[in-house]
Design a binder for this molecule. Structure first.
Ligand code: GDP
Ligand code: MG
Length: 261
């Protein structure tokens, strides 16, 4: 479980307390909080792993968190109380049934948002439509950061974004790499306290820029593979960049609960 935090001392306790008991590793990525986020998190959950981000940005923070994660399944969510850890089961279940990448959506039945302003909603809709047109996909929500995937997906995704556009990069690359993607409903709540760090126009622009770059320039390491072949080599991509692959394909299908029991 990876949680980027920036001045979330009032919100992080709710997030940590609502974490289901089968989550065995919680990583918060901080470094620039001016408040007591880290101390509060440690007080609520003594086994929390704290990773220091090296530069500013949600993308930088998440990538640092991914690198530190040791579980088979990685779930990312926000620390502001807008994403409910009790929904984690919806994200993890498809990963245990043949999906590689599961993204939350506020715009499918059962999902919703209390947090989206009209402007952001319109922006997200436009960007989602654009992504669908280019990728020939049918996503209902592009800019939403409640996402779960198997750790070995990182080897094909080669993430490099620094800011909020990391979500777009994740989703577009997952699609281009031929990963099996599922969308599950998620209800985005209002941030408990504090203000959003996202600047609608600046970050919307960065998302657009990322979308353009990803759809044109980036080539997946799995490009050219037939879907059947991709399925078969799912756990052993040949051109792996770092050797952290689970050797036994069956190990990734073991439920999270029994993993460290
Ligand atoms: N570590 C770290 N976390 C960040 C940074 N920017 C945003 N976050 C976290 O990313 C999450 C989403 O940010 P938020 O400001 O709520 O954006 P919004 O939900 O898109 O309006 C929150 O948990 C923030 O604390 C950053 O520069 N560094
Ligand atoms: Mg938020």
């Amino acid at each position: 479980m990876i949680i980027p935090t920036l001045n979330e001392e009032k919100n992080i306790p709710w997030v940590l307390r609502r974490m289901p008991s089968y989550v065995d590793e919680v990583i918060i990525v901080d470094g620039r909080s001016q408040d007591n986020t880290v101390e509060v998190a440690k007080a609520v959950r003594p086994d929390v792993v704290v990773v220091n981000e090296t530069r500013k940005g949600k993308g930088v923070a998440l990538r640092a968190g991914f690198a530190a994660a040791s579980g088979d399944i990685i779930v990312m969510l926000d620390a502001d109380g807008s994403m409910d850890p009790r929904e984690i089961g919806w994200f993890v279940a498809p990963l245990q049934h043949d999906f590689d990448f599961v993204k939350g959506s506020r715009h499918v039945t059962g999902g919703g948002s209390e947090d989206l302003t009209r402007l952001r909603k319109a922006g997200n809709r436009a960007l989602t439509g654009l992504a669908n047109a280019v990728l020939h996909s049918n996503y209902s929500d592009l800019c939403y950061g409640y996402i779960a995937f198997r750790r070995e997906c990182l080897e094909v995704l080669e993430l490099q974004s620094d800011g909020f556009e990391i979500e777009t990069e994740l989703i577009v690359r997952a699609a281009k790499a031929g990963l099996r993607i599922a969308e599950v409903p998620s209800l985005e709540l209002d941030r408990i306290s504090g203000a959003s760090n996202l600047q609608t126009f600046r970050d919307g622009w960065r998302v657009l820029h990322t979308l353009a770059r990803e759809c044109t320039v980036w080539e997946a390491p799995t490009a050219g593979a037939r879907p059947e072949a991709l399925r078969r080599v799912k756990y052993t991509y040949s051109n792996v960049r770092f050797p952290r692959l689970p050797v036994d394909p069956h190990s990734v299908l073991t439920p999270v609960v029994s993993q460290h029991a």
